[in-house]
Write a protein that binds this ligand. Structure first.
Ligand code: SF4
Length: 244
């Protein structure tokens, strides 16, 4: 059975077949894109990941980079420094990322969570369920931000089914019966192996693919997944149009 034939029956696939389909998707994305350019790498310091995960909400990564550069230049890219700053000073530094006062307060809330646990390393060393609960109880940290921190800063095999992931996999004919972050996270966890490197690269590959090719208006003709994708094939010239 070819991948294309499998895709035709995507809604009838067993979890094991869906796992193979996801791994083939990952293989092709890894081959197409230079994932070493992804902003979170295995070597990225944990504090950079955490700050970036808070700042990236509702803005583009290029704006986050400017805000992080400001923090670094001011000697404020540390839990202790952020915790000790007043809201307005911190807000001025993170202004390029938008919503400066809100994001300054969120960074301080995260910094104070870390200090309550004895520092960032000790916070990130908590058992996964405890760490996720602590993150979720912090101002401005929702499930997606918490999972980014788990995956890239605490280096736990978490899935991050963000809007890009959900859109791509739906177009490929995959996903849980009902949408919702928790449903998607459980669906992925039942299919992808709990391999840290794979999950980091899978998330990176999906986001890069969705920014460069599978955009809101997808560029299917240039897509390495076209023969696997029900939506893309239905959108191709001569077809009867995209599948809803
Ligand atoms: S074929 Fe089109 S819709 Fe399908 S994954 Fe590629 S870009 Fe997205």
């Amino acid at each position: 059975v070819t991948v294309a034939e499998t895709a035709l029956a995507a809604d009838q696939m067993a979890p094991e077949e869906e796992r193979s389909f996801l791994l083939e998707t990952f293989r092709r994305l890894r081959e197409r894109y230079d994932l070493d350019r992804w902003h979170w790498q295995a070597s990225t310091p944990a504090v950079d990941v955490c700050v970036g995960a808070v700042l990236v909400q509702h803005t583009a990564w290029t704006n986050v980079e400017k805000a992080v550069a400001n923090l670094r230049a001011a000697g404020a890219l540390s839990i202790e420094a952020m915790a000790g700053m007043d809201d307005e000073t911190l807000a001025a530094l993170v202004r390029p990322a938008g919503f400066p006062l809100t994001k300054a307060r969120r960074l301080k809330a995260f910094a104070s969570l870390a200090l309550r646990h004895g520092g960032l390393d000790l916070l990130l060393g908590l058992p996964t369920p405890e760490l996720r609960a602590a993150l979720l109880s912090t101002e401005g940290i929702g499930p997606e931000t918490a999972d980014v921190v788990l995956l890239y800063a605490a280096r736990r095999p978490a899935n991050v089914p963000d809007a890009y992931t959900q859109r791509l996999l739906r177009r490929l004919g995959l996903g849980p019966a009902r949408d919702g972050y928790a449903a998607w996270a459980a669906w992925l966890a039942n299919r992808l192996p709990p391999d840290l490197g794979l999950l980091q690269r899978f998330h990176a590959g999906v986001v890069v693919h969705c920014k460069e090719t599978c955009r809101a208006r997808p560029r299917c003709a240039a897509c390495p997944l076209l023969d696997m994708c029900a939506f893309g094939r239905a959108s191709a010239p001569g077809s009867k149009g995209p599948i809803s």
